[in-house]
Design a protein around this ligand. Structure first.
Ligand SMILES: *Cc1c(COP(=O)(O)O)cnc(C)c1O
Length: 425
C-alpha cells in the first residue's frame, strides 16, 4: 500500500497533508516517508534472513543523515563512494566494520581516513589502487581487507549512463585480467584479500544480467581458489530497479531466491548494496506552479522545482509521474503539457507531453519516485538555494535539511583580498 494517498481530495504522506508541509517549509522540497523506507529495508532484511549475507545501503542514492540513521537503526551497513559519505555513515551511527568503500578513484587521503576509521572492506577497482592502498596501509601500520571489483562484461539492459558492467565501462577490472590482479594483491603485504565484488548497473528490471554475471564470477572464484586465494566474500552490488512508470522489477524475494540458487554451494558470505530500491519510491519532490503558459503546440506549466533540484529527467531521460496535490476531478478535461522549471536551459524539464487536468498558479504538484538520485544530485545552478528535505513518520514531520538562506549562500563566498565591494551602488 502506498504511503502517498489522497484523503478528502488532498495528497498526504502517511498522516501528513502535503499543503501543511508546504506552508511551513516552502516549495520546492523533498519529502521522505519513514514507513516506506522501513518497508523497503525490511524486504531486504526478510529476504536475507538465514542467509550468510549482509546488506550495505548504497548511500550515493540518498545520503541524507536522517535517512541513513533510520536505515542504520534497522541494522544496515553502508556502501560508500567518498570520505564525505563515510563521515555521514559514521555520524549516523553505522559501525565502520559494516562499511564497504566502493569507487573507481579513491584518493590516498580518503583511503587513509577510511583505514583509520576501520572501514571493513575496500572494493578495489585497479592495479594502481591496489598499490596505493597497500602503501597507505603500510604507512599507517594497518592491513586493509579488500575485495576486487571485476567487470563481468554483461549488458544490464538499462540506460547507457547507469550501466557499469560492460567491457568499455570505466568500472572494475576486466574479468579476464582478474587473476593477475588477485596475484598482485596476494603479494602486497598490507592487503588481505577477502573476496570478489561486482556491480553491473542500476535500475535493472530483469534478473538475467545478475544470473549471467554471477555465473561468470562463480567461475572466476573457482579459478582464484585454485590459484591459492582464500575467497570468503562475494559482493553482488546493487542495481535492483523500482517503478517509475510501468516497469515490473523483480521482487526482492525473487531476486534473493535467484542469487541463492546461483551461488549455491559457493561457500561465500554475500554482500548486497541496494540504493535506489531502498529509497527511490519512498521519496517525492513537491513543487508549486508559478504560472501556466499556453503555447501553440502545448502548454507549459512552469513550477518552482527545476533541473537543479531533480536532474534525472534531463540527464537520464527519466520518466517521473506528476500528480496534483489537490486531486483532479475524474471528469475534468486533460490538457497536454510540459512541466518545466524556471532555469534558463531547454533541458530544464521535469516531465514532457503529459496529459494533466488543468493546473493554475499556486497549485502544488508532486514528482513521484524521487527518493533516489534526487536531492543528492541537486545543485545551486542559477543561484537557487539547495532544495530542503523533510521526513514524515506517521503524523509527524520534520525538516532534516533546511533551505539555506540567500544570505548564507552569499556568506559562503569570498572576494579576493585585493577586491573591494563596489560602494554606493
Ligand atoms: C551505485 C552503486 C550501488 C547502488 O546502485 P542502485 O542501483 O542504487 O542499487 C551499489 N554499489 C555500487 C558499487 C554502486 O556504484
Amino acid at each position: 500500500m502506498s504511503v502517498f494517498t489522497y484523503r478528502d481530495g488532498v495528497m498526504h504522506v502517511e498522516g501528513v497533508a502535503i499543503p501543511a508541509m508546504a506552508t511551513q517549509v516552502g516549495t520546492p522540497f523533498y519529502c521522505y516517508s519513514a514507513a516506506a523506507l522501513r518497508a523497503a529495508w525490511r524486504e531486504f532484511a526478510d529476504a536475507t534472513a538465514g542467509m550468510n549475507a549482509r546488506v550495505c545501503y548504497a548511500m550515493k542514492a540518498n545520503s541524507s543523515l536522517a535517512v541513513v540513521r533510520l536505515l542504520g537503526g534497522m541494522g544496515a551497513g553502508a556502501d560508500i563512494v567518498s570520505e564525505g559519505e563515510m563521515r555521514v555513515a559514521l555520524a549516523a551511527g553505522i559501525p565502520a566494520g559494516r562499511i564497504v568503500y566502493s569507487g573507481v578513484g579513491k584518493k590516498p587521503s580518503e583511503l587513509a581516513a577510511a583505514l583509520q576509521a576501520g572501514v571493513g572492506q575496500f572494493n578495489v577497482e585497479s592495479a594502481a589502487e591496489l598499490e596505493t592502498l597497500n602503501a597507505v596501509a603500510g604507512q599507517l601500520g594497518l592491513k586493509a581487507e579488500i575485495a576486487i571489483r571485476v567487470n563481468p562484461d554483461v549488458d544490464a539492459g538499462t540506460h547507457a549512463k547507469i550501466t557499469t558492467g560492460r567491457k568499455g565501462d570505466k568500472f572494475g577490472i576486466d574479468i579476464d585480467l582478474a587473476r593477475e590482479a588477485f596475484a598482485l594483491a596476494g603479494r602486497l603485504p598490507h592487503l588481505k584479500v577477502a573476496g570478489v565484488a561486482m556491480h553491473i548497473g542500476s535500475q535493472l528490471t530483469s534478473l538475467d544480467p545478475y544470473r549471467g554475471s554471477i555465473a561468470r564470477v562463480r567461475e572466476l572464484i573457482g579459478a582464484l581458489r585454485e590459484d591459492g586465494h582464500r575467497i570468503e566474500r562475494f559482493d553482488i552490488g546493487g542495481g535492483l530497479g523500482i517503478v517509475y512508470r510501468d516497469e515490473t522489477p523483480p521482487s526482492v524475494a525473487d531476486f534473493m531466491a535467484t542469487v541463492r540458487r546461483e551461488t549455491d554451494g559457493l561457500d561465500c558470505e554475500l554482500t548486497f548494496e541496494p540504493g535506489r530500491r531502498v529509497v527511490g519510491e519512498a521519496g517525492i519532490l513537491v513543487g508549486e506552479v508559478i504560472l501556466v503558459k499556453p503555447g501553440a503546440a502545448k502548454t507549459f506549466v512552469i513550477v518552482d522545482a527545476a533541473m537543479n533540484d531533480l536532474i534525472r529527467p534531463t540527464l537520464y531521460e527519466a520518466w517521473h509521474e506528476i500528480q496534483p496535490v489537490r486531486e483532479a476531478r475524474p471528469e475534468a478535461a486533460k490538457i497536454r503539457c510540459d512541466i518545466v522549471g524556471p532555469v534558463c536551459e531547454s533541458g530544464d524539464f521535469l516531465a514532457q507531453d503529459r496529459d494533466l487536468s488543468p493546473l493554475s498558479a499556486g497549485d502544488l504538484i508532486v514528482v513521484r519516485s524521487a527518493g533516489a538520485y534526487g536531492a543528492v544530485m541537486a545543485s545551486t545552478y542559477n543561484t537557487r538555494p539547495l532544495v530542503p528535505e523533510v521526513m514524515v513518520d506517521g503524523t509527524r514531520f520534520a525538516v532534516t535539511r533546511p533551505r539555506p538562506s540567500i544570505e548564507a549562500m552569499l556568506a559562503a563566498e569570498w572576494l579576493p583580498p585585493w577586491m573591494e565591494p563596489l560602494k554606493g551602488s
